[in-house]
Design a protein around this ligand. Structure first.
Ligand code: SAM
Ligand code: SF4
Ligand code: SF4
Length: 337
């Protein structure tokens, strides 16, 4: 079956934040000291997650991405992968990670049935890497990429957030690195996620600027969005290989957004910029039936009217002005980037 929201957008993808905890403190993502971390008991167990995910799949979800926070800090994540990989009707199971723990975990994840991996990497300079992530070590991530390749993940995608004045001088170096390693790099416009990341429009390097930088060295041919609903617009290098750009700010794609999110504490959220979600965990823990879960998800998705990025861009383009501080959002580590 296919479930449609108020604007006839189908529910096809589910992002699950398996934990809000993270071993990095990236400057564009991580809330500061006022954030209250979830206790272990507040997180959905693997069994609860699998049960809820199964209901989503029966409602038409084809792909699940595990994310966070940093998903690999959740103990034994491969066991969740194993459980999810048996869901009837699920076509794609993937993971987004900062890569720090991947060297030790890539093999087990592959064996458990994980299909695809995206690894975040914003710079090839060790000192800059430490400045962006606060706690990270570039060597570990490079080792994680190598381990994922060795484990047989193909293709591996690299997620790169470009911030003006931080790493916009590395667009070509990062593209060269990805091309040399056979990785698909996706450049992401810096967004105003969460509440305390000091975003401003000036710091967003636009999709157009990113493409100009790439095309100064490599001719590329645009091939569109995967399945017409992926966030990235893909490009083929004329001499082989692919890359993508996610223009979340300047070219919003809300009209094709088919993603629901499950927060680390079990809330169903229908937009990355949402201010609240529907508490499925309470339902699950008070003994509801699968049918009750199904009807709740149908009701939440059917009523969905989210189009935050389109509204933000309309406000910016009209000159009316836009201030992210006006909106108290759920933090990205809670709801899964
Ligand atoms: N910890 C994992 C990681 O970093 O890959 C998974 C969670 S992270 C929230 C998911 C993705 O969101 C990462 O690729 C990260 O670069 C991206 N992201 C975080 N904050 C962002 C922001 N302000 N703008 C654009 N992308 C952002
Ligand atoms: Fe952690 Fe990923 Fe956010 Fe960085 S982007 S702070 S690694 S959750
Ligand atoms: Fe989807 Fe919300 Fe992002 Fe628009 S702003 S693409 S509705 S998550």
């Amino acid at each position: 079956m296919t479930l449609f929201d108020h604007f006839r957008r189908p529910l096809k993808d589910l992002r699950i934040s398996v934990t809000d905890h993270c071993n990095y403190r990236c400057l564009y993502c991580m809330p500061l000291d006022d954030y209250v971390w979830f206790e272990k008991e507040e997180l959905l167990t693997f069994e609860e997650l699998t049960r809820v995910a199964n209901v989503f799949v029966r409602l038409g979800v084809e792909s699940i991405r595990l994310t966070g926070g940093e998903p690999l800090v959740r103990k034994d994540l491969h066991k969740l992968v194993q459980q999810l990989s048996t869901l009837q009707g699920l076509k794609d199971l993937s993971l987004t990670t900062n890569g720090a723990l991947l060297a030790e975990k890539a093999g087990a994840l592959k064996a458990a049935g994980l299909r695809r991996i995206s690894i975040s990497l914003d710079t090839l300079k060790p000192e800059r890497f430490r400045e962006i992530t606060k706690k990270g070590n570039l060597e570990e991530v490079l080792a994680g990429i190598a381990a994922a390749q060795h484990a047989g993940f193909r293709p591996i995608k690299i997620n790169t957030v470009i911030m003006r004045g931080v790493n916009d001088d590395e667009i070509l170096d990062l593209a060269d690195f990805a091309r040399a390693q056979g990785l698909i790099i996706r450049f992401i416009e810096y967004m105003d996620v969460g509440n305390v990341t000091a975003w401003s429009l000036e710091k967003t390097v636009t999709k157009k600027e990113i493409l100009q930088a790439i095309q100064s060295r490599y001719p590329v041919i645009e091939t569109g969005r995967n399945a017409n609903r992926a966030p990235a617009i893909e490009y083929h290098f004329e001499d082989g290989g692919k890359m993508g750009v996610i223009g979340s700010v300047t070219e919003p794609f809300c009209s094709t957004c088919s993603r629901a999110r499950l927060t680390a504490d079990g809330k169903m959220v229908t937009c990355l910029f949402a201010t609240n979600g529907f508490d499925l965990k309470s339902m699950v823990r008070s003994g509801c039936s699968d049918e009750e879960l199904t009807q709740t998800i149908i009701a939440v998705w059917s009523a969905r009217v989210d189009r935050y990025s389109e509204q933000r861009w309309a406000a910016i383009a009209s000159g009316a002005g836009y201030s992210p501080q006006n909106q108290k959002k759920i933090e990205m580590i809670t709801l899964g980037g």
